[in-house]
Write a protein that binds this ligand. Structure first.
Ligand code: PMP
Length: 340
């Protein structure tokens, strides 16, 4: 009989899928014939995102160090993918989970966390950070209770470590060591730092490329607002290793969203905006390499962090896009360069 003991056993070992049509001719269909662009499809993790990986690793490490004791409570200020991963693993292992979300987080997102058995505390955004009800103060207060443990994905070394020990080796094995370029969006920096370090240790010639929303610090911005979610920062987290990325490609919200829509239509990859952003950077790279001697044997792997299902009312909603002046509907089907 073929079965696993727990859904959590299915975390990781996500497939690589070759991108074709959406590369507008810049990508090869076989190795050795130009840049081969392969997407690492992380929404196929059981919790729906790459964050299942770090949740497992952070919890296991905290159990081993004694920071998280049997029956303890996990407290994290998150509303998204990390929360889902933590909630799944916590439920399985008998921990309580409390997530603190700003009030702007959609009810749908909060309900997903509750569905996995977590408690969600909503903090008002209209109060200053020093206010006792602020997002920061509420989560700090909860985390200082006896038995509470805060994973803190922005400073926890087990975040990049999970990618160094699992995701990086998977990519190396899946590409039979032929990977030449790795592209990923940067949020906490855990993904790019862990995978990038592993790949460079195997072959120092592997190029690591970060994709970043225009405005974020990684591409030299000041933290000015952008709409793509889960990537870009207005500070430098401890989980980002500044020595890994060889290059950062800045991508606008408009290009990220238009390309996210194209991936769903042309590659059947219904992914989130940060995946569209990373894939757009990978396409730009493939376009630069196409027709060059370096490009002939290039194998570009781009990591797609999560599913588009969480963004149906945003990236996949024409009214929402139009409200910000972005291309919609038929226009979004065309080449990004044609419409923007
Ligand atoms: N995309 C999405 C949707 C995310 O939630 C995250 C994590 N913040 C990322 C990309 C970036 O990954 P990392 O934090 O490892 O840099």
């Amino acid at each position: 009989m073929e079965y696993v003991d727990s859904l959590l056993d299915l975390i990781g070992n996500t497939p690589l899928v070759r991108l074709g049509r959406a590369l507008d001719g810049a990508g090869a269909s076989e190795p050795g014939q130009g840049p081969l662009v392969l997407a690492k499809v992380e929404y196929l993790n059981p919790g729906g995102s790459v964050k299942d990986r770090i949740a497992t690793r952070m919890i296991e490490a905290a159990e081993a160090s004694g920071e998280l004791k049997p029956g303890g409570t996990i407290v994290e200020p998150t509303s998204g993918n990390t929360g889902v991963g933590l909630a799944m693993v916590a439920q399985r292992r008998g921990y309580k989970c409390i997530f603190v979300c700003p009030d702007k987080v959609s009810e749908d997102k909060r309900n997903v966390l509750k569905a996995y058995g977590a408690e969600v505390v909503v903090a008002p955004t209209a109060v200053p950070p020093e206010h006792p009800d602020s997002y920061y103060n509420v989560s700090d207060r909860l985390a200082s209770q006896p038995g509470a443990w805060k994973p803190n994905q922005y400073a926890n070394p087990n975040n990049p470590r999970s990618h160094y020990e699992e995701t990086g080796p998977e990519i190396w094995r899946q590409t039979e060591g032929k990977i030449t370029h790795f592209v990923a969006g940067v949020g906490t920096g855990g993904t790019i730092s862990g995978i990038g370090r592993y790949l460079k240790e195997q072959n120092p010639d592997v190029q690591v490329i970060g994709a970043d929303p225009a405005g974020s610090v990684y591409s030299g911005g000041t933290g000015r607002p952008y709409l793509v979610e889960g990537v870009g920062e207005d500070f430098w987290p401890d989980t980002y290793d500044r020595d890994i990325a060889d290059r950062i490609i800045e991508v606008s919200d408009a290009d990220s969203f238009a390309y996210t829509r194209r991936l769903a239509r042309e590659e059947q990859l219904l992914v989130g905006g940060s995946a569209g952003m990373a894939a757009y950077a990978a396409k730009q790279l493939a376009t630069e390499l196409a027709g060059t001697p370096e490009g002939e044997n290039a194998v570009i792997v781009v990591l797609l962090p999560d599913s588009g299902r969480g963004y149906l009312t945003k990236v996949f909603n024409d009214e929402w896009l139009a409200q910000y002046g972005f291309a919609t509907g038929e226009a979004a089907k065309q080449t990004v360069g044609d419409v923007l």
